[in-house]
Design a protein around this ligand. Structure first.
Ligand SMILES: COCc1ccccc1-c1cc(O)c2[nH]cnc(=O)c2c1
Ligand SMILES: [Mg+2]
Length: 214
């Protein structure tokens, strides 16, 4: 049977990246997506913005919504101190299977917990199942129609605290108008837009950074 694009992306990581070297995994995926097949990783341009937000914040507890092949998981986890924890939720079992292997190739499995399932099922279980009180940083990169309901669900579950930072991918392309309107107009958030480009293309896209004010 034909291989899938995520499987071909993993093959490129195994062929070109060094085990235990997260930067080489990132570079191998970016090279594959620029020169072989486009894939919906955040990419190197928006990825540098993600890096700067994470480095400035130094979060202990991180939630990622939407793992895909684990590219942004590796980008974030490589910047975390060994005691920090990143929980990443992926609905698609095939993507999750590839992501586990990409994360392991980068040598970051000790900091990452990949959970398969729907965000709306797992967000209410973060406290009792993972012993999480609140998150310091949340990266939203999953289904665009889930950004707003999942943000409201995290608020209702008490998973956000004064100063928690939400960073949302694709706020222009494909776009998340309802989420943008909410975080930009709610008195509970201080929001700002980082203009960039859709991964590996010249199309406009950007990241929205929103600080929860409690
Ligand atoms: C399957 O659509 C791929 C695509 C096609 C055209 C434009 C944008 C996207 C796109 C880009 C992304 O960074 C994404 N990140 C997370 N979940 C997505 O569905 C997603 C989609
Ligand atoms: Mg994205």
């Amino acid at each position: 049977t034909r291989s899938t694009r995520p499987q071909r992306l993993l093959n490129a990581v195994r062929k070109h990246a060094t085990r235990g070297d997260p930067q080489s995994v990132i570079s191998a995926i970016d090279h594959f997506c620029r020169h072989s097949e486009w894939a919906m990783n955040i990419g190197d341009e928006k990825g540098s913005i993600l890096d700067s937000v994470v480095s400035e914040l130094n979060p202990e507890k991180v939630l990622e919504l939407g793992t895909y092949c684990g590219y942004s998981t590796v980008r974030i986890a490589r910047l975390l101190p060994p005691g920090a924890r990143l929980i990443t939720l992926e609905f698609n079992a095939d993507y999750a299977a590839i992501a586990r292997q990409v994360i392991a190739w980068a040598g970051l499995e000790d900091r990452v917990q990949l959970v398969e399932g729907a965000s709306e099922d797992w967000i209410p279980r973060m406290k009792e199942h993972f012993g999480i009180e609140t998150f310091d940083f949340v990266f939203l990169d999953h289904w665009k129609d889930r950004y707003l309901p999942d943000t409201k669900l995290m608020e209702d579950c008490g998973l956000l605290r004064k100063g928690t930072v939400l960073l949302a991918d694709n706020v222009i392309c494909p776009g998340v108008p309802d989420y943008l309107q909410y975080v930009r107009n709610s008195l509970s958030y201080k929001s700002c837009y980082f203009k960039s480009h859709l991964e590996y293309t010249k199309a406009e896209d950007g990241l929205e950074k929103s600080v929860f004010l409690g």
